[in-house]
Design a protein around this ligand. Structure first.
Ligand code: PMP
Length: 296
């Protein structure tokens, strides 16, 4: 699914065949999870292939590296140019791009100077499908921000996401929703969370979540469309009474949610503000004019 015999990836200044690239089994990232990464999308637009918010993603990658004491030498501009080359070399149009910064052999608990930069991408449509999701409140909390840098996209954080998603699927749900250490709703395993009540959108403030670039885009779109968004802490009980809800994330885009812990939301996805934002998001990423965009 991710690569075939022709796929090329970028590794430390070279273009290699994905099926010929190798790595060190003594790498610190593999043993201890000390690495950072991004998830970015490119879209086919009328002006050609465009990486959506490349600058924001690569600034976050640099921030993540800095927080983990990883010396990432590449600039945002260099990484962006390399990513366009990656898309071209692989003839990709609507693609998901995965930059990974990983470390070399080191079994100590200190960072190493051996920093590897890998960029790969593959053609990828919608991640979560079009059917609104049934969520469960996870028994796993998001990592405590006093135990890690929660706003950095660190490889090791995703063991928490994997546990939560696996638990949700084993219990017959589509996805998990995780609480923070205070019992408020934080985010999904790989997406931020919003709910709608009386035509206002609510999402939690920064502090216990990844600062999603799609979350920020939804703030911008909501402003343009005259939709009010309030940042506040809330619990699963608050969400049970919601009219509608959705996830935001680069992979998920704006994905509708049907229920939490079996409590179904009042509105059909197609009648919710999230649905309008999901459509506006598609216009935005493909650079289509949505001035005359009509709310449903
Ligand atoms: N939270 C988590 C834990 C994530 O992994 C992601 C995906 N990067 C998000 C939120 C959404 O972030 P973004 O909109 O920048 O993709």
């Amino acid at each position: 699914m991710y690569y075939d015999k022709n796929t090329q990836l970028f590794l430390d200044g070279k273009w290699l065949k994905a099926n010929e690239a190798t790595t060190d089994l003594y790498a610190q990232t593999l043993h201890y999870g000390n690495g950072v990464f991004e998830g970015i999308r490119a879209y086919k637009t009328e002006d050609g292939i465009r990486i959506f918010k490349a600058k924001e993603h690569y600034e976050r990658l640099k921030y993540s590296a800095k927080m983990m004491h990883i010396n990432l030498q590449y600039s945002v501009e260099e990484l962006t140019a390399l990513t366009y080359e990656l898309l071209e070399r692989n003839n990709l149009e609507n693609a998901y791009i995965r930059p990974l910064i990983y470390l070399g052999a080191n079994m100590s608990l200190q960072p190493t100077d051996e920093v590897h930069v890998m960029l790969c991408a593959w053609e990828w449509g919608k991640l979560l499908g079009n059917k609104p999701l049934n969520l469960m409140t996870s028994s796993y909390q998001r990592p405590n921000p006093k135990s890690t840098h929660i706003q950095a996209k660190i490889v090791g954080h995703y063991t928490n996401s994997i546990l939560a998603t696996t638990e949700a699927k084993q219990k017959g749900f589509d996805e998990a929703l995780l609480l923070d250490m205070n019992g408020n709703i934080a985010e999904g395993p790989g997406a931020n969370f919003f709910y709608e009540k009386d035509e206002v959108l609510y999402t939690c403030p920064l502090g216990n979540i990844l600062s999603g670039i799609t979350r920020q885009t939804v703030f911008e779109l909501a402003k343009e469309l005259g939709i009010e968004v309030v940042e506040k802490f809330f619990t699963p009980e608050d969400v049970y009474k919601a009219d509608a809800a959705f996830f935001t994330g680069t992979a998920a885009e704006v994905a509708g949610i049907a229920s939490l812990d079996g409590h179904e939301f009042r509105l059909k996805w197609e009648d919710s503000l999230g649905y309008d934002l999901a459509r506006a998001y598609q216009y935005k990423v493909t650079q289509r004019e949505y001035k005359n965009f009509e709310l449903v």
